[in-house]
Write a protein that binds this ligand. Structure first.
Ligand code: AMP
Length: 142
């Protein structure tokens, strides 16, 4: 499904972050392009602050990505600069989607890769929701 969400300035206008201090947001990243409707996604959920869609390379029967519409590079950026409304909306969306997908009771995992050590690939903050099968232990032991 092709989505055409509102302005990327949603939320960002409510913050006081001065861009360019620690990290710059790349407006050509793939999730920014999905938010602008330039490339398609399989939309799962949308509200004023949040968009969620299926991961293109699903690692589990349920593999949904939940992203803020505002321009945040990472969880670090989002939690430092996002508004209370944006943070609350994103967390509520995660619970809503997990219930809708029927994984709340069987169990699910959320992952937010932040930065190089976590191998974050897309520089727009996103939370993975994974479920629908046994997900194994949290991380392989070293
Ligand atoms: P991360 O390593 O946490 O940055 O995860 C990025 C995720 O984005 C990966 O799981 C990719 O499969 C997913 N991804 C990349 N491009 C797309 C796309 N066009 N639509 C949906 N998911 C995507």
């Amino acid at each position: 499904m092709r989505v055409r969400p509102g302005s990327l300035k949603n939320g960002r206008e409510q913050t006081s972050k001065k861009r360019g201090e620690a990290m710059d947001y790349d407006r050509n990243n793939v999730f920014a392009r999905i938010l602008r409707g330039e490339i398609p996604c399989n939309k799962v959920y949308e509200d004023k602050y949040v968009l969620a869609f299926d991961d293109i390379t699903a690692r589990a029967p349920t593999h949904v990505l939940v992203i803020p519409k505002g321009e945040y590079v990472s969880l670090d950026d989002f939690t430092a600069n996002g508004s209370e409304a944006e943070l609350a909306s994103l967390i509520r969306a995660i619970g809503h989607i997990a219930r809708e997908r029927g994984v709340s009771e069987s169990g699910f995992r959320i992952i937010a890769n932040n930065g190089p050590a976590a191998h974050q690939e897309v520089p727009h903050f996103h939370v993975h929701i994974l479920g629908g099968r046994d997900l194994g232990g949290m991380l392989p032991r070293q």
